[in-house]
Design a binder for this molecule. Structure first.
Ligand code: NAD
Length: 241
């Protein structure tokens, strides 16, 4: 029987690379996303809808052992605390934090019965450090680091591992949207901003989604069986500065 991995937000960027990575290892991969995709088994799902997430994951669990959950869906929002209104704060939290809560809570009953499971939360280097004009996003990603540690402690007794991956700046549609947004507001030139971003990284370039997917695959595998409650940085050296 194939091993099973559930990925949220697997239709684009890092999530899509994760889906492809697990498919390449012969996993059956379920992709829960609002946007459709033909890679893996797509399940239309708004991660902010806790009931819907539970229903979809219960349906998967009825037929399968769930080996791995990758809680990856997330959005970015630019703004300092004054520029972030209540609706914007709620939207970022609903997707980034409540969405992870919904997916993790839904897989735990099956993983407890199995006495096995790996959960990977997609946090960010912004779980460890703050970046300018990222009030809601910084806050949401720091929450995910805490969620990984808390889940690791509470469920270690069931042989369930939980780790957070903390990528630096990765070239995905989310990154391009954030840069476009910044250029629109500031009048800056996109090529210049892109080059400046690359120069800010000690390795002199941005990360790629495939590189993050490789780390996620490792954490989900038995090779990482003694790793839990950790924050795994993959940022080209950015947070070492
Ligand atoms: P992306 O925008 O390319 O992909 C995000 C995916 O999440 C999309 O497929 C989107 O449809 C899905 N999604 C959004 N809202 C959803 C909802 N309500 N329900 C279900 N799915 C939803 O973004 P990405 O850059 O690949 O980011 C993926 C994750 O990695 C996010 O959590 C992001 O915060 C994190 N991250 C990204 C970077 C980066 O530089 N790109 C760095 C660190 C962390």
């Amino acid at each position: 029987m194939k091993k099973v991995c559930i990925v949220t937000g697997g239709s684009s960027g890092i999530g899509l690379s994760i889906v492809k990575r697990f498919v390449a290892e012969n996993y059956q991969v379920f992709n829960l996303d609002i946007a459709s995709s033909n890679v893996g088994e797509f399940r239309q799902c708004d991660i902010t809808n806790v009931k819907q997430v539970k229903q979809i994951i219960n349906d998967i669990a009825e037929q399968n052992v769930i080996d791995v959950l990758v809680s990856n869906a997330g959005i970015h929002f630019s703004g300092n605390i004054e520029n972030t209104n209540e609706d914007e704060l709620e939207r970022v939290f609903n997707i980034n934090v409540k969405g992870a809560y919904a997916a993790i809570k839904a897989v735990l009953p099956a993983m407890k019965l199995q006495q096995n499971g790996a959960i990977i939360l997609m946090a960010s280097d912004q779980a460890l450090i703050a970046k300018h004009n990222s009030f809601a996003y910084n806050l949401s990603k720091a929450s995910l680091a805490s969620m990984a540690k808390t889940t690791a402690l509470d469920y270690a007794q069931f042989n369930i591992r939980a780790n957070a991956v903390c990528p630096g700046t990765i070239e995905t549609p989310l990154y391009h949207k954030a840069i476009d947004n910044y250029c629109q507001k500031s009048g800056a030139n996109k090529a210049d901003v892109h080059a400046e971003e690359a120069a800010l990284q000690p390795l002199g370039r941005l990360g790629q989604a495939d590189e993050v997917a490789e780390l996620v695959y490792f954490l989900g595998s038995d090779k990482a069986k003694f790793i839990t409650g950790s924050l795994q940085v993959i940022d080209g050296g950015y947070t070492a500065q």
